[in-house]
Design a protein. Structure first.
Length: 464
């Protein structure tokens, strides 16, 4: 018999839902808190979890993955009195089967349960064969990372567009390369288009190519990046920076795989797969008219949302050891150990710059250690050592010289504080040099200037 776990803090609704499901032939168990629900789930064999959003001990959307990971690996259906569109989207992104409103429970629940149970039955009959995934330079084995790698394994064999989202420094290009390496196009070229770095005046020429005499300075015919990706993968890095006029032309290229070089009337053909990456909210950009919705639909047949490093801290030790080992190889050293106190300090930090920032910190630490056989917290950059000391005193702060005490507040407020502090540190570290700031952060000039303007920070001197 199908077993269903109901997690809701409304006693009257629980009673109604329990009675209805029992009469429909299901076995139903009730819980009034998220913690109790997870405990019951660990000790049971549930097929479906009906999960409310607004619970007394947290938000149901934030623990979807925990319920999905229960021993019986149930399907999760969100049911709530707040049928917000953004809530439904978040639920789907986190792996929920469906999202229904409480007011329509009696009307909708049978259909949702039938479809979820059919999917579950088919899933359990499949023999899942392990995929030997090529994941060069993608380090770690945490749950959030493995979820992303599973999405790579699903997306790679297809020939549809893939959109990779995530903060700066999370490794979007590494995942794009993994998709290419595990696809049928692996023998072809992997061509990177840095949409943020290409000059607007040369964008069309570099992307589509040109014939001799097409414009002043065009002394010979040249193919563009689209042609270079023929039989391979075209990676649009920071696709949110793509000019609107180019978006319109590129949409046609994706649809027909045909294009015109500048100054030419005969169409060229290129058979490529497109993978795009961005750290921007493209849905918001479409609402503002800054990004074409039809192009966005084409780009994200698959979406892979990379977690920030602070959400995959289980990988911190392996990342640190790997970066240290690579540095030893580079400088032809036998090896260096990593002291427990250094790991403790790294684990107390929020890592707003993600893996790229961690790599830079390990490089600085390695340089500071010199001939020491072991990396200690003493060898860390000064701002991290200060942070570690403050964290040990119970002052939970983000990185930096020790001035700011961050109040969590709402997520947007906390994110803004992190961004602001990171930018202040970046301007100090780079000495106000825009090229160095872009190199350290991995941000494009346009994006860096946008963030500096947003937080009213001058490049010459990071100020509070």
């Amino acid at each position: 018999m199908t077993e269903i776990l109901l997690v809701d803090d409304d006693p009257s609704l629980l009673k109604m839902a329990h009675r209805y499901l029992q009469r429909a032939g299901f076995t139903a168990t009730c819980s009034t808190t998220l913690a109790e629900g997870q405990l019951i789930g660990k000790n049971g064999r549930f097929d479906i979890v009906l999960l409310d959003v607004d619970m007394p001990d947290g938000c149901g959307l934030d623990v979807i993955q925990s319920f999905l990971n229960l021993p019986s690996q149930p399907e999760v259906i969100i049911f709530t009195g707040n049928g917000a569109v953004d809530g439904a989207a978040k639920a789907m992104q986190k792996g929920a089967w469906s999202y229904i409103e409480k007011q329509h429970f009696i009307r909708d629940i049978n259909l949702h349960l039938t479809r979820a149970l059919q999917f579950r039955a088919e899933k359990q009959t499949l023999k899942i064969c392990p995929v030997a995934l090529q994941r060069k330079h993608i380090i770690g084995n945490s749950e959030p990372l493995n979820k992303c790698l599973d999405q790579v394994a699903r997306a790679a064999p297809a020939d549809s567009g893939v959109l990779i989202t995530g903060q700066t420094g999370t490794g979007k290009e590494l995942f794009a390369r993994a998709i290419h390496a595990n696809s049928e196009r692996a023998r072809g070229n992997f061509v990177v288009v840095d949409c943020a770095a290409l000059p607007a005046s040369l964008f069309e020429s570099l992307l589509f190519g040109h014939v001799k005499g097409a414009f002043t300075g065009a002394e010979s015919t040249r193919n563009g990046l689209i042609k270079a990706a023929d039989k391979g993968t075209l990676f649009l890095d920071e696709v949110g920076e793509l000019p609107l006029e180019i978006q319109k032309k590129f949409l046609r290229v994706i649809q027909e795989r045909r294009y015109l070089r500048l100054g030419e009337t005969r169409e060229q053909h290129s058979d490529f797969r497109v993978v795009a990456a961005t750290n921007r909210d493209l849905d918001q950009m479409t609402e503002e008219g800054a990004f074409r919705q039809d192009l966005l639909f084409r780009l994200r047949a698959f979406t892979i949302d990379l977690p920030p490093l602070c959400e995959r801290m289980d990988d911190l030790r392996e990342l640190t050891r790997t970066f240290t080992s690579r540095l030893c190889d580079r400088f032809q050293l036998d090896g260096k150990g990593v002291a427990p106190d250094l790991f403790d300090c790294l684990a107390s930090y929020e890592w707003p710059g993600n893996i790229r920032e961690l790599k830079q910190v390990i490089e600085q630490t390695f340089a500071n250690a010199r001939s020491f056989p072991t990396l200690h917290s003493y060898h860390l950059p000064e701002q991290l050592r200060i942070h570690c000391a403050q964290a040990g005193l119970g002052e939970h702060k983000i990185s930096g010289p020790g001035k700011e005490i961050f109040s969590p507040g709402t997520w947007p407020e906390y994110k803004n504080q992190c961004e602001r502090h990171y930018l202040n540190n970046l301007t100090r570290t780079s000495g106000g040099n825009i090229k160095e700031a872009c190199r350290l952060s991995g941000l494009s000039r346009a994006r860096l200037y946008e963030l500096l303007k947003k937080h009213d920070i001058t490049l010459a001197s990071g100020r509070d």
